[in-house]
Design a protein around this ligand. Sequence first.
Ligand SMILES: Nc1ncnc2c1ncn2[C@@H]1O[C@H](COP(=O)(O)OP(=O)(O)OP(=O)(O)O)[C@@H](O)[C@H]1O
Length: 472
Amino acid sequence: MTEMENFNYSVAIIDDERESLYTYSLILKQSGINDVVLIEDPRELPVVLKERSFSILLLDLSMPHISGFELLKYLSLEYPEIPVIILTAIKDIETAVECIKIGASDYLVKPVEKNKLISSIKKALEMNRLKEEILGLKHRLIEDKLEYEEAFSEIITVNQKMRGIFKYIEVISKTEQPVLITGETGTGKELVARAIHKISGRKGEFVAVNVAGLDDTMFSDTLFGHRKGAFTGAISNREGMISRARGGTLFLDEIGDLSEASQLKLLRVIQERVYYPLGSDIAKSTDARIIVATNQDIHDMVNKGAFRKDLFYRLKAHHVHLPPLRERKDDIPVLLDHFIEESAKELGKKPPKYPEELIILLTNYSFPGNIRELKMIVYDAVARCKSSILSLEVFKEMIDISNSIDKELKNEIVKFYIQMRFPDKLPTLKEMEELLINEALRRAKGNQGIAASMLGITRQALNKRLNKLHKK
Ligand SMILES: Nc1ncnc2c1ncn2[C@@H]1O[C@H](COP(=O)(O)OP(=O)(O)OP(=O)(O)O)[C@@H](O)[C@H]1O
């Protein structure tokens, strides 16, 4: 592919040979770059740079008045943010090495063919983008403040890891690159996609499409639309979602479900920015920012050959991974308050209070459905609440702690058994029972009901055991 994906680049070519200037400016224009400035006298470059900037500079080496070499040194000091590609007739390894050492992005020997020049420009721009991103990240990480706090207003959190993720999101939101959002179901992936869209400042719509269960034809029809007569029932032309996302963001959820054929189509949209409506062989172009999400282990899918490697690498140019709620338990109290407030408002009730033990109960639950599950439980409890205080029992009914041990936790328990080294003389069952009960009570902050749920027994059974232990 030799065309540039974004046409807003500006390039200056500095070369004393007029023919060379015209040849390379023609190549750039053919590739879609129209803002090209030709500089025949190298002494003019510093003057021009005071007036305006460029995305990239193409610099000849042998020129009268100031050599390209001197100019390169000047540029690397004064304008280190602008990538420079050397375009010269000098075929000498030592000179090339010297130029790269000073800071040139690439060294090309004339005559340079179109493909080589464009791919070198692309590489230099990509490297520059990464450098800027790293600088931006460093800057953000040093400061604790978020620049777009408002964009995250719907994502309730006090967790430091989440604040770090917000900072990363601020850095990547303005770029054109796709974003991959991973995380278990209900962790807030769609909320994050919306925040990215808000910060990007894109004027177009945020269009969300769930691609789960779509076969390739349905995927193409939904996304790319169709021409009249493309299939039985296609009685008129129809635009797809990608067209609605013009100038905006296209959010594709459940990307792990895409068929092989649809994966290839998505790759083409990302790489070449073109797509074909069903029944049409005329390519349409798109400028929509692509954000995708999945709750599957996509890395594992790539390893097993279930997801295209090339698409995965394009998608993960920017990768946001949201931790499950059980790894950010400090968010439980604020989320609880938020959902109580929100649900009471919706139901036209005064927000009920809750017993202190509720936090202990919730923090000891693994929340396989994450924040969505917490939200549903709280909404249900508020709806069923008949007094001014939420009932702990209602929550206990919905959360069966002993049954909530999911696969991951089971693995952890197995790991714990493997790592556990018993002394030569084994402890008795009674001793182990005492240890386990004490640990459960410690975690439940002394609440026997919660400790009993953790141990998978009733409160009465725990009480009996405690009485026996105390009698000893
Ligand atoms: N930090 C949060 N603060 C407030 N509400 C949240 C938060 N995270 C998620 N939610 C709420 O939880 C529900 C699920 O969120 P969302 O749809 O963004 O999750 P998801 O990760 O995209 O889920 P899935 O993988 O199932 O599509 C939504 O109602 C959302 O508003």
